[in-house]
Design a protein around this ligand. Sequence first.
Ligand code: SF4
Length: 326
Amino acid sequence: MFRPEKILIEKDAAENAQPFLVALPTAAVEYAESARGAGPRTLLLKNLKGAALKPFRTGGSDCAGGVEFAVRHALGCPYDCTYCYLQTYDDTSVPTVFINRKEILEEIDNFIGSHDEPAMLLAGHLSETLPLMAYDNFLAELCGLVRRFPKHALEVRTKGTDVGVYEGIEPAENIIPSWTLSPEAHRKKYERGTPSIEKRLEAMAKLQAGGWSVGVRLDPVVRDDAWEDAYRELIEKIFSVLDAEKIRDIHIGALRYVSELGDIIRARDPESPLALGEQFLSPDGKVKYARPLRIEMYRRLISRINARAKVVVVMEPPEVIEEVFK
Ligand code: SF4
């Protein structure tokens, strides 16, 4: 669990803060007009101003229609991944939870209740999930809501291990708890502050034992010198710890980033393998490995997975996906 030393509450959100004050009794509490002055290990609580769902595109939805929306329950993250695209967003330096939960849930309810096309709601694409959901019952309420609409689905993606948040929530076909996994050596290099891969797998196995099917997200796949061996080991580890029957699917997506994030990565470490190698600016404005390299990476990973779970290639144009599976 992310244990902030200080909770900063925007004054107009104070009436919604009670569950967080109870869950974090030892944190210093400060009320302010804005997040200015927040230091490290601060959690900012504020009301969401604006829409609770934001159109998003991963191309990974297995929901017919593939319409995807990010759930804006929080912003930012207590972890510090070098490749995190949130570094290019404003206002993400302090992990923030939007605490006007009632309005957020009502808006989501109204939206999906009247949305004909199946939609995939993505929690964990503009913020972390479990470490920031560990203080109140938002996840239970969100799951309860989505469960009522079987044609829609919810993915809750994390690198966290706070699976106690799922306690009391009945598994549902249209709710997918998912974890981003990387080789442990990559985690150590590029995912500062995150739980180890072993701990994440333990958390996933625990949920599987409780009846859940989980999603595995190998995204971003980083191609450095030892990438192939590292991913081979990771894939074998996944299948030695998890029940393959209860893996919903495995998404794979090669590292990509906007130029601005490349500048941030190089400023943090000019020699970072993340921004080196055969990478090119793609027509969609993202820097990616050369297309033949990406296709080779996907094919090798798919062959390692060896049909033990369904594989979805994400964030690629249809012609690349077609070529991968040819
Ligand atoms: S866990 Fe996700 S949201 Fe958090 S820093 Fe890493 S990539 Fe960003």
